[in-house]
Design a protein around this ligand. Sequence first.
Ligand code: FES
Length: 241
Amino acid sequence: MAQSPHEVQIGTTESDPSVFITVTANGPYIVHGTPPLHLQTITPDATGHSWTYEQGRAFAVKDGTALCRCGHSKNKPYCDGSHRHAPVDLSETASFDPLLQHSTEIDGPMVALTDNERYCAFARFCDSGEQIWKEVTIQGRSHADAAIRMAHHCPSGRLLVWDLQTKQPLEQPMPVALGLIEDPQQGCSGPLALQGGIRVVSASGRSYEVRNRQTLCRCGASSNKPFCDGSHASIKFNDGL
Ligand code: FES
């Protein structure tokens, strides 16, 4: 089989190659193919910790749809050309290196955790009362399962839990989808979530590593563009949707 011309993270199956996203220089994201796009609201449990997502309203996507990444469109989630006058620098600053190259690792009795903080989207699934960094270190199936669940809900892919025996990430396959994250607990809107191995192509033409779970900045404030770094929470980005 021919080798993929771009990096694909271990544990990720790349989407149908007709589905990918290109980042334009100082402009919007262009969606290729027709992946579904919905509101994706972070929903807490009874104790107020992020627990699951509620899928909301659907938005039309055609091949070539432009999605706002500057945060200033009056027709979000679509681009309306406002980026041309918006006081925001959309230059890409993220590394093309695989995430694992700059991840830290914690080995527990049953599973291991790798973590690349730079990609945190502040969705807080890593803390359900007990934090993932602690759960992986505690002996017992229920603690390992809790860590697997938390990592799987982390929309950015910052966190990966690994089987110590097989040395493989414990990733569940995910259908190809785009999500507009909303975070009522924090009173803000979040990034564009990509799931299911959707390739992201830089304005330079180079592809970033393909991953199962990724989050792209749509507020314009990330210091790790095109990826989200959680800045939407501090600026209280509101997409009005
Ligand atoms: S990227 Fe075009 S309006 Fe935001």
